[in-house]
Write a protein that binds this ligand. Structure first.
Ligand code: ZN
Length: 317
């Protein structure tokens, strides 16, 4: 949902107004006992909650007149396309999306447009016209997604990794949702998640050597479709990630000047020095090259470039 309009993504998206959805517009806590969920009691019980709205208005780049118009709900797509030029990717360190919404909404006064659960279900919690609170200086201009994953650690002895990953009866590494979370709220009943690559992935982010299990194939599939859709709907979001002069991923925060100029897909660690998400396991080339294929009608960039001449000629009136 973008400025009140529906767009197809080719993968299931559970909206905040759908059954089973997560509604970031609501003031009440979502998971407290219902008689204690009201805003007043919530501020007493969850001290970090300071403001009933965990999101705000995208204002930067708008004239005073435009701000007056959009505060009345009057966003139109061309105006939003002018403002939004970044897609920021996070891991949630919560493991499953239900727990992610619990932490963001009931405890942290934060928000994010999309959550991507281990079974590949996408949840949208707010219209993309809203300024969600997920990436500090980039909130004004970005769309955010929290991908369910326990995150990256310095040691494989990490308690979270041991708690969340085990072996199935065939000895394959799988996600083991802790018993205290029940079924984790995962929409696909009985779903067992496997990292796209079975081994712990080692890599350097923000100058730290970190270990992380990969995301699930279901998550990659959904993310590729969503990325292609967002790059199509928002022409300023370049379907690429921050690269150095050798064409390799920049594995740390971008210098402020570069960050200001950057328009495209990026990690939270490109925005802030104190963040390492989406971590060393995230497969940038796989996601972005497949998203570009979808944008090019299922063709590789080379095939698309080679065929564009007569394709264009064919559609001319
Ligand atoms: Zn993050």
């Amino acid at each position: 949902m973008v400025a009140g309009k529906f767009f197809h993504t080719g993968t299931p998206v559970v909206l905040w107004m759908d059954p089973g959805g997560y509604d970031a517009y609501r003031v009440e806590r979502r998971f407290s006992p219902i008689d204690k969920s009201d805003w007043q009691t919530s501020t007493e019980e969850a001290r970090e909650l300071k403001t009933p709205n965990r999101y705000s208005l995208r204002r930067s780049g708008l004239s005073d007149e435009e701000i007056e118009r959009v505060r009345g709900g009057g966003w139109d797509l061309p105006l939003l396309q002018r403002v939004v030029d970044q897609f920021v990717i996070h891991f949630d360190v919560c493991g499953v999306s239900r727990q992610c919404f619990n932490v963001l909404h009931d405890h942290r006064d934060l928000s994010v447009h999309f959550m991507l659960d281990i079974d590949g279900t996408l949840y949208q919690t707010l219209d993309l016209k809203e300024r969600a609170w997920h990436a500090t200086t980039s909130n004004n201009r970005s769309i955010g997604i929290e991908i369910a994953n326990m995150g990256a650690y310095r040691s494989e002895e990490s308690k979270s990794l041991q708690e969340w990953y085990g072996k199935d009866e065939k000895g394959r590494v799988c996600i083991t949702v802790p018993q205290k979370l029940g079924d984790g709220g995962v929409r696909t009943k009985g779903f067992v998640g496997y990292p796209a690559r079975p081994e712990l992935i080692k890599g350097t982010v923000q100058g730290q050597e970190l270990l992380q299990y990969d995301f699930t194939p279901e998550q990659y599939k959904a993310l590729i479709r969503l990325t292609a859709t967002l790059c199509k709907v928002f022409p300023k979001i370049k379907c690429d990630y921050p690269k150095n002069e050798n064409g390799k991923l920049i594995p740390q925060k971008l210098p402020d000047e570069e960050l200001n100029k950057y328009a495209g897909v990026m990690g939270h660690f490109h925005v802030q020095t104190n963040k390492t998400d989406p971590g060393p396991a995230f497969q940038w080339d796989y996601v972005l090259s497949n998203a570009r294929m979808l944008l090019n009608g299922g063709m590789s960039e080379a095939a698309d470039a080679a065929s564009q001449g007569h394709m264009r000629a064919a559609v001319k009136p």
